[in-house]
Design a protein around this ligand. Structure first.
Ligand code: GDP
Ligand code: MN
Length: 380
């Protein structure tokens, strides 16, 4: 007989997977990819993955940035894998490397010492520049001026699941500022003084402790300047982390960084958050401390603590439905019944009752909800 769509056979079983609805408006948005020529293979892998799982439906443009110059092979190859426009930009000296006001010799010496202490990437000058660029400059690059949103893409990442809706549009509709898919603990020895500065910034500007801030701040243990704990003892003793300069009006109020941060190799966010005066003040305070060289501050904890100081949980979206992998850490959305929220990824514009219920679930701490349970990684 003829196969009918009924209670026995569901629609995808009979007709195949459904294509997402892709008509409708697009956001002012682009993928941002910082890379070097030698990373071409990794870049291709990432592009294949995002095109297959998302962009061959939505066609968002790419902006490639590099402190050096992209060669012709890189540009020609990358174009072959994109279903959309690509722009290539070079990053000039005002956004990369040691600024004039810094003591370059001291900075280089501090970096060399971190290499001796086997701090991950600590001895690599270019890595420090990369982290500082992503902390305080990428959103000022002229090629991003025309965009309101960005989605960060790195070489050698993988998406597992089809993304069949437009996350930019959904974030916009639901008033979200920052989106993540993995939260992990930072390597303590890379950020010994970061939290002192972030929390002083918050105090100087009389910002309240939001739910998001509390995600990063442990209480009530008394504050102390810590030496790295996960290094061999002889290395630790030889060169303990130095305290960075004191900060105006500093008191720690019993708070301590719990090392949690959004893993920024995936990020979807509003550029105007970073372009705001508040974020610029935050970055300036961090930058002037010298911590981007004296320590190996990653852009991930910098973004996270800025979000903690300036945003609340309601402004942040956890893309728990995105299957994503970078190196050894991945987020794989679980289908385990009973554990997963039975919900669509976003609020429904017309369903007030459901929105209220979902909002309540979100308030009940999205960050601790399913990240650790289903990945084996997380902040809790
Ligand atoms: P990890 O993810 O922390 O291991 O660091 P990666 O090596 O992946 O670097 C993070 C991002 O910055 C990636 O997109 C790299 O391609 C990029 N990147 C790192 N260092 C440099 C650099 O010196 N120049 C350029 N142009 N890109 C860099
Ligand atoms: Mn990477």
């Amino acid at each position: 007989g003829i196969l009918k769509i009924n209670e026995t056979y569901d629609k995808p079983f009979v007709t195949g997977c459904l294509e997402p609805a892709t008509e409708g408006p697009r956001a002012s948005a682009a993928f941002v990819v910082l890379a070097r020529n030698k990373e071409l293979d990794g870049v291709i892998q990432s592009m294949k993955s995002i095109e297959r799982h998302f962009n061959h439906w939505f066609h968002y443009p790419y902006v490639f940035l590099n402190d050096g110059e992209f060669n012709e092979t890189f540009k020609a190859t990358v174009k072959k894998y994109a279903s959309s426009n690509i722009e290539f930009g070079q990053i000039d000296k005002s956004m990369w490397g040691f600024p004039d006001w810094a003591n370059h010799e001291d900075a280089k010496e501090a970096i060399a010492k971190q290499g001796d202490r086997v701090i991950m990437y600590g001895g690599m000058e270019s890595y420090h520049h990369m982290c500082r660029f992503y902390s305080g400059f990428f959103y000022k690059h002229p090629l991003l001026d025309k965009y309101k949103w960005y989605w960060r893409l790195e070489p050698d990442i993988k998406y597992f699941c089809d993304i069949t809706y437009d996350p930019f549009m959904h974030m916009e509709r639901n008033n979200k500022t920052y989106g993540f898919t993995i939260a992990v603990k930072e390597l303590r020895e890379t950020v010994p003084n970061l939290f002192r500065y972030a929390s002083a910034y918050k105090r100087i500007n009389k910002l309240p402790s939001t739910g998001l801030w509390n995600m990063f701040a442990d209480r009530p243990e008394p504050p102390k300047v810590e030496e790295p704990t996960d290094l061999p003892e002889d290395v630790r003793k030889s060169q303990p982390a130095k305290r960075l300069p004191d900060i105006d009006g500093e008191t720690m109020e019993g708070e301590k960084y719990n090392m949690c941060h959004f893993w920024s190799n995936f990020e979807i966010a509003r550029l105007d958050f970073f372009r705001s005066k508040a974020y610029e003040d935050f970055f300036q305070m961090m930058d002037r401390s010298g911590g981007f060289w004296a320590e190996r501050w990653g852009d991930a904890p910098v973004h996270s603590l800025a979000a903690g100081a300036l945003l609340d949980t309601k402004d942040v979206h956890y893309f728990r439905d995105f299957g994503y992998r970078h190196t050894t850490i991945q987020h794989c959305p679980a289908n385990a019944p009973g554990k997963q929220l039975k919900r669509e990824p976003f609020y429904h514009p017309e369903d007030e009752r459901r929105n209220k219920r979902i909002a309540k679930q979100d308030d009940a701490y999205w960050a601790s909800y399913d990240t650790p349970k289903h990945n084996g990684v997380g902040c809790h």
